[in-house]
Design a protein around this ligand. Sequence first.
Ligand code: DHB
Length: 498
Amino acid sequence: MKRATSTLIGFIMVLSPLTRETTAGQTKDPLAFPGDSFTVETKMVKTAAGEKKVTFRAYLHIPYVANPVDKDYQSLNVSIPVEIDGKAVDAENAPILFDIGVGGYMSVRNAGGNPGGPGSGRGGPPNSSSVSSRSDLALAAGYVIVSPGCRGRDNKAADGTYYGKAPAAIVDLKAAVRYIRHNKGVMPGNVDRIVSVGCSAGGALSALLGASGNSPLYDAYLKEIGAADAADDIYASACYSPITDLEHADGAYEWMFGPIPARSGLVDQELSKQLKASYAEYQQSLNIKGKNNFGTLSADNYDKYLLQYYLVPSANKYLKELTDNARIAYLANNKWITWTDAGASFTFTDYVAHVGRMKNLPAFDDFNMKQPEPELFGNKTTAARHFTNFSLRQSTGDQHAEIDSELKTLVNMMNAMYFIRQNNRDCAVQWWLRNGTSDNHTSQTVMVNLATSLENMNRGVNAWVFWDGGHCADDDPEGLITWIGAVTGFSMHAEAGK
Ligand code: DHB
């Protein structure tokens, strides 16, 4: 029986499009994990529990598709811990941290000697030098780290055409996940415990990877680049300041910041009101229920919901952890906060004024198409395109103009909320969502809509906002590592004892 199975596998391998003839006439899988091609590296990792010496196998620049458009981007790095503080560790069954380094929807290059390669950029925690980067902390916890490169809106070929516009980045990340699955049992790590992480555009891609697992929408794109024929769902998704739900983000931004002056002054209040009204409609259509019978979240009650479940708890934690003197000083500088035995209280309006408005109107699909998002939705020959009817109509003056249906599909393919609204069956089961309360890159409703929709779908959601934290804030880098251990049930000490 065993022999028959291996013969069958051999037969399938010969037929697979992912195999290549070698000169010896044997077939070679171009997506096989190069088990022996590693270097052994050592690094000191600063954890909350002190420094750890981690020895790991480093695999660099492995192409993850058979027909790459540009393998400098469509390749990944893998780090596999083998010894921590002198003790051997076994990563065979360890969670796999899939560390998305994307910022601003730009490409992530993965080529030799590149200091800006994956894992080098947005690995957080950005504002703290007391502990090492997220991926190093994960490595020191015995997890396998995969750092994928991927295409982005900036990729331009010698002939001037673009090759990284939407949906290239998510297609590449899915291909990298498929590569990991394809190498199940060969590459160490538990393919059923892949946890993605990223911040901002990377957080949005992490959310999208988590939400869109195994969606057939991407199949043709994946086939074209020769992605492995394997599942691309992931177990868990960690998202810091996710810049997602792009086509609704302009309205949400006006809902939150409409009457607050930007650096260049007050934005057009009439247009702001129109966008805010479209957001109210969208929010209603989501039909998601807040915690503890709060009811359906709407443009009218979202301020109250954010205060009750996110902002006040965050302020309370922050203020309680200050020394008495530091708290007195903080409150003296922030008279909009009332502090009593019951904790902090403040109005949403005062909170938003404290945060301030960063972007102009529209915040994402801006009329001049200078923001990252119109560029994300460019195409092979067009640097940037409007992707909302609102901005298209404003800039063409044609009140009936419509985003064409092909672009609309691309916009959906870049939006985690699209797949969550479809109740995608293979949506990740565990979610870690984080933002800073002072992040003014997008509305606070964006992450909380993600959190609430996922709660409504009975997914495990651990969501928190860091008080006075900015874009990509991470005051609790070890929290993610501990959470991954808890939701995956992995402990390197338990593995060592097996
Ligand atoms: C990022 C920030 C933005 O404000 C935005 O619109 C898109 C991406 C980022 O930091 O990745």
